[in-house]
Design a protein around this ligand. Structure first.
Ligand SMILES: Nc1ncnc2c1ncn2[C@@H]1O[C@H](COP(=O)(O)OP(=O)(O)O)[C@@H](O)[C@H]1O
Ligand SMILES: [Mg+2]
Length: 267
C-alpha cells in the first residue's frame, strides 16, 4: 500500500500579501484532518490562487508570498517531486484523464499500484466506482472509455479516485459544483473519510455544510467564518430549496410540464 510517509494532521497557510502588496489581514489559517472547508469570494478575489498555493506547497515563491506548513514544519521536498508521495489532489473544471482506457481497466491499473493482492485491488475498484456513482446522477458504465465520460461523470470519478483509490489526505476542489454532482450527498459521503476537503465554491449549500469558510478579498485572506448553529439549520432549508429547483430543471429539460407541487411542499 502507498503511504504518504508522514501522518498529516494539519496544514497551515502563513499569510503573504494581497494583489496590491498589502499584508493579508489573516496571518495564519490552520486546516485540520477531518475539516471540510469552503473558500468563498467574488470572481477575481484570489480563490483559485489560494488553492494553487496549497497545491504548489508555496514557500514564499509564488506571486502571493504565502508559505505552507505541514504539521507545523516546511513540507518534505519529496512531496513536490514524487507524485506517488504527493498528499494533495487538485480537481478543477478542467481536470481530465489523460488515459483513454475503459473505466474498469483504468481503475484496475490504478488499484494495482495500491495493492498487489488482486482481490483487494478488485474491491478497491468496486468501491471507487460505487462511490462515483453516488456522486453523479448519470451512472458510469465500466466499459465506457474515460474520454467519453460527461463532465459530471469525470468529476465524480476523479473525486472517487482521489478519495478511495489513492486515499489522498488533502483534496482541493475548484468550482466543481456546476458539473452535475449531487452536492449535499457528496458532502455527506466525503465526511465519512477523515481528510481535509477544501472547496472553492459559490454554492450556498456547500458553504453552509462546511465547518468554516475562508473569505477572499482583493487577493487576500480577509477572514475565516465558522459555521454557527443558525447557519447549520439554514443549510437544511437551502438543501430543500435547491433540490426543488433541480427537480424543476430536470422536468423542464425532459420536456415535461411543471406543476405547483414543489411550491406547495415548500409552504
Ligand atoms: N495575492 C495575490 N497577489 C497577486 N496577484 C494575485 C493574488 N491573488 C490573486 N491574484 C491574481 O488575481 C487574479 C484573479 O485571481 P483568481 O485566484 O483567479 O480569482 P478567483 O479564483 O477568485 O476568481 C489572477 O490573475 C491572480 O494571479
Ligand atoms: Mg477561480
Amino acid at each position: 500500500m502507498i503511504g504518504y510517509g508522514t501522518d498529516i494532521e494539519t496544514i497551515s497557510i502563513l499569510g503573504g500579501h494581497g494583489k496590491t502588496g498589502e499584508p493579508e489581514s489573516v496571518e495564519r489559517v490552520d486546516f485540520n484532518m477531518g475539516d471540510v472547508v469552503s473558500i468563498v469570494g467574488h470572481t477575481g478575489s484570489g480563490k483559485t490562487t489560494l488553492i494553487n498555493d496549497i497545491e504548489l506547497f508555496a514557500n514564499a515563491d509564488t506571486p502571493t508570498g504565502r508559505r505552507l506548513l505541514i504539521n507545523d514544519a516546511p513540507p518534505p521536498e519529496e512531496f513536490r517531486h514524487n507524485p506517488a508521495r504527493n498528499p494533495i489532489a487538485l480537481i478543477t473544471q478542467h481536470t481530465t484523464f489523460l488515459s483513454d482506457l475503459p473505466v474498469d481497466e483504468f481503475l484496475t491499473t490504478h488499484a494495482q499500484i495500491r495493492s498487489d493482492a488482486p482481490q483487494l485491488a478488485a474491491q478497491l475498484v468496486e468501491r471507487t466506482l460505487a462511490f462515483a456513482n453516488q456522486l453523479t446522477g448519470e451512472p458510469i458504465l465500466v466499459k465506457s472509455r474515460m474520454t467519453e465520460l460527461s463532465g459530471g461523470q469525470t468529476r465524480a470519478l476523479l473525486i472517487a479516485d482521489a478519495t478511495i483509490l489513492c486515499n489522498t489526505p488533502i483534496i482541493l476542489l475548484d468550482e466543481v459544483e456546476n458539473a452535475g454532482i449531487h452536492r449535499s450527498r457528496a458532502l455527506e459521503l466525503l465526511r465519512e473519510y477523515r481528510k481535509i476537503f477544501i472547496f472553492v465554491t459559490h454554492d450556498p449549500r456547500i458553504a453552509l455544510l462546511s465547518d468554516y469558510r475562508v473569505v477572499m478579498k482583493a487577493g487576500s485572506i480577509d477572514k475565516v467564518i465558522h459555521t454557527d448553529a443558525d447557519e447549520q439549520r439554514l443549510a437544511v432549508h437551502v438543501t430543500r430549496l435547491d433540490n426543488i429547483l433541480s427537480d424543476l430543471r430536470d422536468q423542464l429539460r425532459l420536456g415535461e410540464r411543471v406543476n405547483g407541487r414543489a411550491w406547495e411542499e415548500l409552504k
